[in-house]
Design a protein around this ligand. Sequence first.
Ligand code: GLU
Ligand code: ZN
Length: 278
Amino acid sequence: MITRFAPSPTGPLHLGHAYAALVAHDMARAAGGRFFLRIEDIDRERSKPQWEAQLFDDLRWLGLSWDGPVLRQSERLPAYRETLEKLWQNGLLYSCTCTRRDIEQAASAPQEGAPLGPDGIVYPGTCRDKGAPRPGQPLPNTALRLRMDLAATDTRFEETGPAHRGGHEITPDQMIREVGDVVLARREMGTSYHLAVVLDDAHQGVTHVTRGEDLFEATCIHVTLQNLLGLPVPSYHHHDLIRDAAGKRLAKRDDARALSKYRAEGATPADIRRLIGL
Ligand code: GLU
Ligand code: ZN
């Protein structure tokens, strides 16, 4: 078994991150497997070295050790590009220059209520033809969207998390209507979360993806990409999100729950495990 914790160094780790890290770590250790750490730093604007340094420090303080070298997504841009080139040459991508506003306007006309997918409004397809690759055209530095009508296959995966236990299956038709042409590369970024996470999970040989319930909806996109690229489909475990005393899910950016704050107040790693119910 190989698991991973994949934080983005864009802010302090909080209780929710500690929970995700401990779930992945404990699952691998209990099975005699391996646990990897991956730094998801493709957002160069928001990723900061000081957050990365603090993240290592917080994880070590929690008593976590990881196997092998740390993988940084910022070092994997050539691998992402190679895959994008291949998909582009095969006509599976198109260049999209729509702004968020363009998409909202196109999606809501003529009928009201644009369908919502895992990434927000299902893309109405405005650029599908005009952004299509011309023969010999190099990969453009724009957003690149996936032709879901060409890419979608039957999407199946095993899920062991509490909210969706069992096997899941999504039809190509559902992928087209309810997910649509997702972004595989953002402008100036050279990839998107979906592409990077799929390529890196395969690269690291991750067999069990553990992560928060908030990413469950994105999993059908990841499995579609795994099928398209001939990569193994791991097993998924989407765990509950940590809630505050009022039962509200902790936001990703809830700095009030930063581990460093608990540390400064004298909490021990055992206190943190107790707080998050582990
Ligand atoms: N980097 C993502 C986050 O911070 C996690 C990605 C994943 O586990 O697939 O939420
Ligand atoms: Zn567009």
